[in-house]
Design a protein around this ligand. Structure first.
Ligand code: ADP
Length: 736
């Protein structure tokens, strides 16, 4: 129903004019000089000029500084008949605000087809551009964040990423809870970069500042300064130099943003515009800045956590290393102890130590120097030392030097050392030795040498390393001394055995040589007494009998000597048989009875009624019993001698008790040694060889038993013999 349509709808001209008027976009036309010829409501709304104000004026009034050239270019292209679509540029509104615009410009032709002007349709894309900028900044911040692994790096990159559209220059700060430090600086104008960077050298903001970064960090809130005045600058600058520097950057507007993560302020950003852009920050910039600050703070916090974790990992690694070294230390100590235990030679011990140290301490060179008989130090073992160095070291190290021998001497850097003799020091340096540890080698106060540790790099030895080496040197010292002792013992035992063999041989020979002439003496005396060569008178008989008695006594002594020698040489074997031990004891008692009676002693014999059956060598048992009974009789002047015997628990016991002088306690151990007598004085009352008890004890041992004594001076002595009733166990005497 076209008739019903309003007039405007029926007139295409008017319809078009109505559409133009109602459009949200700017629609205007201008002539080739740029003089505005039409201006719609959209243009008025966006640019702020009414149609009356605008028409007749040049479009250049809309062009912000810096965009003149591109406007001229656009006009030129239009004149050539070009259509320009979606050209993005900036325009200035009546009140001076800058808008982002997308222009589509078409040439206007007259009836003859000549270009007489241009129409412009312009869309305000400020929001979109802002949004884009916002995203670009956020993504740049994101990139800076993702690339940085250190707090400082992040703050530097961040400053760089924020200059440009968002700020003319930018500063980033870190804050550790006490001090604020400038970290990153950047200026959009590369020529001014260095000037901003100079801020890094000037005193930083402090928490007590009344304005600026210090104040923003203190209160923990962002601060927007739309128009920076000179007073603002003065308040923010803590000194003249800072003020001058800041003023020279010509700041216009600023936003300071504290960086807050998990409730803690950890830094700040300050974004500043200058006369470079004349841009003034507003709420929207503040919101964007806050978003950036939040992300940056989060990233910064992550880096801190990461750094803390790294530190933790480093700590753990260090702890693991320490454990590993400890383990190596324990292992070498263990191996060393085991090696010392089974070592056949010291060389085995040295090898374990020198090789083990390479592992445990990472020290490839070491050496053991021992003191030789001449008092010089000689290398007994070493690893990785040249012949030349060892020769010089042996010449230069003297045992009786001034170095303290009880504590290690540590030289952490030979280059700066003044302790070593110069020749030795330069030899060591030539050997590429840079550090030295000299440890005393010994055990229990006896020093035998030095343990040397050579370091390839100058360094201090750690306490645990020193402890290890000291433990090692103690063990080596012990091993050395033990081996030396063992050698000494072996040497002296060999010597003793040789001497003993010689003595036995000598005694055996001498006894024989003594016996033969004595037997001759006795034989001839006997012949004389028998008067085979003629009669003898009474006094001659008496003297001959004395000769005979003396010779017999001497023969007894020689026999004792022979017996002892054979026992000592292990040449005696018991002749075992089953006997009544009581009979042997009675026999021995009867043997000494004449002497006892002569001295007026009471001889008491106490035996059980039943026979005492034992397996033994009766001749040897008799000799033991006689020796004990004879001693008791010999050394007792009054009182009694009591000989008793019994069987108990498969053991035969003989006790010989007397009321004689007794034996001093300190002599008790010695009386069983050969040739020892308690009374060694020249005036001694009794005669004897000092062999009787030595023989008795050895015979007791030969029979598988024991002979012991108890005595107190003045209260007599008791000798006790124990013998196993079943005889001596089979003895492997050869192994003794
Ligand atoms: P000797 O030939 O001197 O008697 P012994 O070996 O038989 O040698 O005895 C060693 C020493 O032990 C004697 O010299 C004596 O001093 C001391 N002695 C041994 N038996 C007795 C005893 N019954 N009473 C006191 N002293 C004794």
């Amino acid at each position: 129903m076209p008739e019903d349509r309003p007039a405007v709808m029926r007139d295409p001209q008017k319809l078009l004019a109505a559409i133009v008027e109602s459009s949200d976009d700017v629609i205007l036309s201008k002539d080739l000089e740029g003089v505005i010829t039409s201006w719609n409501l959209g243009a008025e709304r966006i640019y702020g000029y009414t149609a009356e104000e605008a028409i007749g004026r040049n479009v250049s009034m809309l062009v912000p500084p810096g965009y003149e050239d591109d406007t001229a270019e656009l006009m030129a292209r239009t004149r050539r008949g070009e259509r320009i679509e979606h050209y993005e540029t900036r325009r200035r509104t009546r009140d001076g605000r800058i808008r982002e615009m997308s222009l589509t410009i078409s040439p206007i032709h007259d009836d003859e087809g000549r270009i007489v002007g241009a129409s412009t349709i312009a869309r305000d894309i400020t929001e979109r551009v802002l949004e884009e900028t916002r995203w670009r900044h956020l993504s740049e911040v994101g990139r800076a964040i993702s690339e940085a692994t250190r707090t400082d790096d992040l703050l530097k990159t961040l400053a760089r990423a924020l200059v440009g559209d968002l700020a003319d220059y930018c500063l980033t700060y870190s804050f550790d809870g006490e001090a604020i430090s400038r970290v990153g600086t950047a200026h959009a104008d590369p020529g001014l970069d260095a000037r901003v960077a100079r801020l890094l050298e000037l005193p930083s903001a402090t928490l007590s500042d009344q304005s600026g970064v210090g104040a923003a960090i203190r209160v923990g809130r962002p601060m927007l300064t739309r128009k920076i005045s000179e007073e603002d600058l003065r308040a923010a600058a803590s000194n003249d130099m800072l003020f001058e520097l800041m003023r020279s950057l010509e700041p216009v507007s600023s936003i300071i943003l504290p960086l807050i993560a998990r409730g803690r302020t950890i830094g700040a950003l300050s974004l500043v515009t200058t006369t470079r852009s004349y841009r003034r920050y507003g709420e929207r910039d503040l919101a964007l800045g806050q978003e950036i600050a939040e992300r940056a703070a989060l990233a910064l916090d992550n880096i801190r956590l990461f750094e803390e974790a790294q530190a933790e990992v480093a700590l753990r690694k260090e702890a693991e290393d320490r454990l590993r070294r400890r383990y190596a230390h324990l292992r070498i100590l263990y191996e060393l102890t085991a090696a010392v235990e089974r070592a056949e030679s010291l060389e085995d011990v040295y090898a374990v130590v020198l090789d083990g140290l390479t592992d445990a301490l990472d020290v490839a060179r070491s050496g053991i120097m021992l003191q030789d008989d001449g008092g010089s130090l000689r290398f007994a073992a070493w690893r990785n030392l040249s012949d030349r160095y060892r020769r010089i070291a042996e010449q230069q190290w003297s045992w009786n030097s001034n170095y303290p021998e009880t504590v290690p001497l540590l030289i952490s850097d030979l280059e700066n050392d003044r302790i070593l003799p110069e020749e030795l020091r330069s030899a060591a340096l030539a050997e590429k030795i840079r550090g030295l540890g000299i440890f005393p080698l010994g055990y229990g106060g006896t020093l035998v040498g030095r343990f040397m540790l050579y370091l390839d790099e100058p360094r201090e030895l750690a306490a645990e390393e020193i402890d290890l080496v000291r433990a090692i040197t103690g063990t080596i010292g012990f091993a050395i001394l033990r081996m030396r002792d063992a050698q000494n013992v072996r040497d002296s035992r060999d010597e003793a055995e040789r001497a003993s063999a010689a003595k036995s041989q000598f005694l055996g020979m001498m006894s024989h040589e003594l016996r033969t002439p004595l037997n001759a003496v006795l034989g001839y005396a006997e012949l004389l007494l028998l008067e085979t060569r003629g009669p003898i008178n009474e006094s001659q008989r008496e003297q001959l009998e004395r000769i005979q008695a003396s010779a017999r006594h001497q023969l007894e002594l020689v026999d004792e000597l022979l017996t002892y020698t054979r026992l000592e040489a292990g040449r005696e074997e018991p002749r075992l048989m089953r006997i009544d031990a009581g009979r042997v004891v009675l026999d021995a008692a009867e043997f000494v009875r004449p002497q006892a009676e002569e001295k007026g002693l009471d001889l008491v014999v106490d035996l059980p009624d039943e026979p005492m059956e034992i397996t033994t060598d009766p001749a040897r048992l008799r000799q033991i019993a006689i020796n004990l009974a004879a001693n008791a009789t010999k050394y007792t002047d009054e009182g009694k001698v009591e000989i008793s015997s019994k069987m108990e628990d498969g053991s035969f016991t003989l006790k010989v008790h007397d009321t004689g002088p007794g034996i001093p306690p300190e002599k008790l151990d010695y009386i069983f040694e050969p040739f020892t007598r308690v009374d060694e004085s020249n005036t001694r009352q009794t005669t004897g060889s000092g062999l009787g008890l030595a023989i008795a004890r050895r015979l007791a041992n030969l029979l598988g038993g024991e002979l012991a004594v108890k005595s107190e001076p003045g209260r007599g002595s008791t000798f006790t013999l124990h013998l196993p009733a079943s005889g001596p166990a089979t003895r492997a005497r050869a192994a003794d």
